[in-house]
Structures are given as C-alpha cells and as structure tokens.
Design a protein around this ligand. Structure first.
Ligand code: DQA
Length: 147
C-alpha cells in the first residue's frame, strides 16, 4: 500500500519559515521520518513538495490512477483552490483515503485560514500538532485501512 504525502506552497521552507509557528523540522526531515513511520505501519510512503498548483493537481490525478492513498498539506491552497479541491475529491470518490494535514491549527489563526475548501471532501483532518500531525495522519490512515 502506497501513501503519497503531498505538500503545497512554502512548505519547502519548513525549518526556516516562521519556526515559532511551523517548528524547526525541515522537508528533508519529513522525507526521512515519513518513510520510517510508513515502514512501521507497513506503508510505502513517498513525500513530495511543490509551490505549483498544477503540479499538485497532477500528483492527485496520479494518486487516483496508481491507487495510492494521500496525506495532503495543501498549505495556502487550502483556503482558496477549488482546482485542488476538485482534484482531491477524485481521490476520495474513487474509494481512496485522503487525510488533510496542517502543522498549525488554522482555526486559531487569522480568519482567512478558518475555511478549508478541501475539508469537505477529505476523509478526515489532523491539524495543530506540528510535525507530529503527519505521523498522526499516517497512523489514522493505517487504522482506517484495517477496518
Ligand atoms: C498550513 C496552514 C496554512 O494556513 C498555511 O497557508 C500554510 C501551512 C499548516 O500546515 O499549518 O502554508 O497548511
């Protein structure tokens, strides 16, 4: 079972970008830890990041075509990209799991972060646990696959 951990814009700056909000771990740390957490859960994990909406949409199409589940941190696209939502909807409507993830808790931040266009089509959401949000999302996904 393969899980794509997909990350949107500015998340390549993790560790450098506003560490008081997003923590000190980097995308390279997520690549390494994600693979390790996945292996413990019996999942093959592929961690990717892009600043480009079209690339992210393409990866979601790839998930559908290759039958991979998805952990998605859409970053700022969360709040306004209907293209991303429509692509993410194809994942869940095709019977695959998609967990929306955020390092911070967007609900406790600026009002423009309170609405997610992705949440309504996601299997579920994990937010507010920093780097650990990704580990919790993978664990939740693995548990749900066992049902
Ligand atoms: C984020 C929250 C978003 O509001 C923000 O635009 C991000 C990161 C998070 O992981 O907390 O880039 O998705």
């Amino acid at each position: 079972t393969t899980v794509l951990i997909l990350n949107g814009p500015n998340l390549g700056r993790l560790g450098v970008r506003e560490p008081e909000i997003y923590g000190h771990a980097s995308m390279a740390d997520l690549e390494r830890e994600g693979a390790r957490w996945g292996a413990e859960l019996g999942l093959t994990v592929d961690v990717r990041q892009t600043d480009d909406e079209s690339t992210l949409v393409g990866w979601l199409h790839e998930a559908v075509d290759s039958r991979a589940h998805v952990v998605l941190n859409p970053a700022a696209f969360t709040h306004y990209s209907y293209a991303l939502r429509d692509a993410a909807a194809q994942v869940t409507t095709s019977g695959l799991l998609l967990v929306e993830v955020h390092l911070s808790n967007p609900a406790s931040r600026e009002s423009f972060r309170h609405y997610s266009v992705v949440a309504g089509i996601a299997t579920g959401t994990v937010a507010g646990f920093g780097f650990d949000s990704y580990r919790l999302a993978l664990a939740a996904l693995a548990h749900k696959l066992e049902d």
